[in-house]
Design a protein around this ligand. Sequence first.
Ligand code: PLP
Length: 398
Amino acid sequence: MTNAEWATRGNKVFIGTYSRFPAAMVRGSGCRLWDADGKEYLDFLAGIAVCSLGHCHPAVTEAIRRQAGDLVHVSNLFHTPPQIELAELLVNNSFADRVFMCNSGAEANEAAIKLARIHSGEGRYEIISLAGSFHGRTLATVAATGQPRFHQGFEPLPQGFVHAEFGDPGTIEALITPQTCAVLCEPLQGESGVRPLDPGYIRAIRDLCDRHGLLLIFDEVQTGLGRTGTLFAHEQLGVTPDIMTLAKALGNGLPIGAMLTTERIAASLTVGTHASTFGGNPVAAAAAVEVLSIMLADGFMASVREKSAYFVGKLEAVARRYPHLATGVRGRGLLLGLVLTDKGIEHGPDIVQQMFTEGALINFAGNRVLRFVPPLIVDTAEIDQLIDILCRVLDRLA
Ligand SMILES: *Cc1c(COP(=O)(O)O)cnc(C)c1O
């Protein structure tokens, strides 16, 4: 079966929610993927910041195999060792004392929204999030997402979500009412174009929450687990949230999410108030235990930061070489964006397509930046190769 044959079959049976590259991926290893036609790709998408240890990391694959031979699922009517080990690792390496396990980022945010509401009580249900944010595709997380294009056609959305302008804590304060219970934000907005929140801004948000008795929820679904060069992005900002959500990289490709909080706040979710049939599934949890063990080993985060500095230098050189197409680089760790000029933006989708044709996978985030989210195990030779391909494509546009 070729790519074209797979695509024809797929396009006949799927609801058309995705605009897919015309390739059927059949194998992955490290930062490489292979499609059904045997073509090799250099993967700087990592399944959208998911496969942070690269495709089919041998230790993760082995953990999955081992657990799949022992026990695949029993539901949360029982304890399972991998889920407990994972929760302990998360608690021992974060501000949090308690964890709720689920299967995706949207579900982790749903749990955070429910917790914020039930904990605040007394008619306090409103959550302030930021313009340009992305929090998921369920109805509540779509309502939390500060981008109207995700709302259109799905109204009426669940009540209790308002959006503040990006960058100005005053616009958050202006939205606070007696109904407000929390502020929800990403430490760095991924989907809307790799936009970091600066530390002063985040500190001002923390301060607002403290003064008004609001919970601060960090959506670290994309920024978490080493993506920005520390286990959690907020460690670099000097600000601790009350609730944090994780998902993407947690299982290195197996679906798993988590919502973390403190002992005091967690006490508000009691027996029967929230649940997930698959949440913290033993196979996904066993993969996540392995992921965290690898990431927490000495030197891992330092290597991410080193490769980030190298990659940023290369991307800045690209921006200088093509000033008519790119204005600069932003992001943290290995969540980086090449910010395009108006002319560059016109070519954005075409650049991504041509990179694909040349065997390199990136995407166009927020209709303004080329986003690079390679596996965190990427090496400098792979970064060089990506930059060569990018320059070849940009030369053709020049
Ligand atoms: C991807 C993402 C989500 C949604 O995660 P899903 O697993 O697709 O539900 C939520 N928040 C952020 C910041 C994300 O990047």
